[in-house]
Design a protein around this ligand. Structure first.
Ligand SMILES: [Zn+2]
Ligand SMILES: [Zn+2]
Length: 247
């Protein structure tokens, strides 16, 4: 079954109570399948062995093999007076709430096997295992790349030219990043150890901060005239078109 968690929950690790719809042991017959405490009795077909001898003709003559008894399905016992609540199977549709301890650092598609939390076995048999698959949602701020987290920080072109200190959100709160003068748009800075915890380890991935030049759609007349005075001087220093201008 799938369990949906947020990126923040995946970062911290979380205990989740999950309600399972599954086959549970029938209370009426305590899982035996027999009405009124009658339980099961030896299968009359195989006398309790669960196996049946089968004679097969082959080129080398007759051979005797053993196969599962089809009356009791190999269990060796049959319910002669079936419980009405479960029709003799010993299990009914029900619910169970399990607490799943999700470790820090899980990613979408990671899973966990919980022994004994699957469907109850028929006729009082042991329950199977349950596989819980984690579905980690998208975050509004952080874009996950494995154990690294990417965040885009827009700044004005003037700040790129002059240098600026920007506040960057991280999982641990805001940090100040110094963007040096002359930084190109799309430049990626790496904050070591500020990413997602690595699953079952004590270290963390990195946070990547991508600086993007943000251009206002509207500027005032005053801003326009001051920028016009800079235009020609800056334009003369722009490199020729080509590859590798932005890393
Ligand atoms: Zn029952
Ligand atoms: Zn049998």
């Amino acid at each position: 079954m799938k369990v949906a968690i947020t990126l923040r929950e995946a970062a911290d690790g979380v205990h989740k109570k999950v309600k399972l719809r599954k086959q549970v042991a029938c209370k009426e017959c305590s899982g035996s399948g027999g009405a009124h405490g009658s339980g099961a009795s030896d299968c009359p077909e195989c006398h309790g062995s669960g196996r049946r001898r089968q004679v097969v003709r082959t080129l080398l003559g007759q051979m005797v093999t053993e196969v599962a008894c089809n009356r009791c399905g190999g269990r060796g016992s049959v319910v002669t007076d079936p419980c009405g609540a479960c029709r003799g199977t010993g299990t009914v549709r029900g619910e169970e709430t399990v607490e799943v301890r999700i470790p820090a650092g899980v990613a979408r598609g990671n899973y966990m096997d919980l022994q004994g939390h699957g469907d109850a076995g028929e006729h009082g048999g042991r329950p199977g295992g349950l596989r819980v698959v984690f579905d980690v949602g998208e975050d509004e701020i952080f874009e996950r790349h494995g154990d690294d987290l990417l965040v885009d920080v827009p700044v004005s072109p003037v700040d790129l030219m002059l240098g600026v200190k920007v506040e960057v959100p991280t999982l641990d709160g805001r940090v100040v990043l110094k963007v040096p003068a002359g930084t190109q748009t799309h430049k990626v800075f790496r904050l070591r150890g500020k990413g997602m915890p690595r699953l079952h380890r004590s270290d963390r991935g990195d946070q990547l901060v991508r600086i993007l030049a943000w251009t206002p759609e509207k500027i005032t007349a005053d801003e326009k005239s001051r920028l016009e005075s800079l235009r020609a001087g800056l334009a003369s220093r722009v490199p020729a078109p080509g590859r590798g201008l932005v890393d």
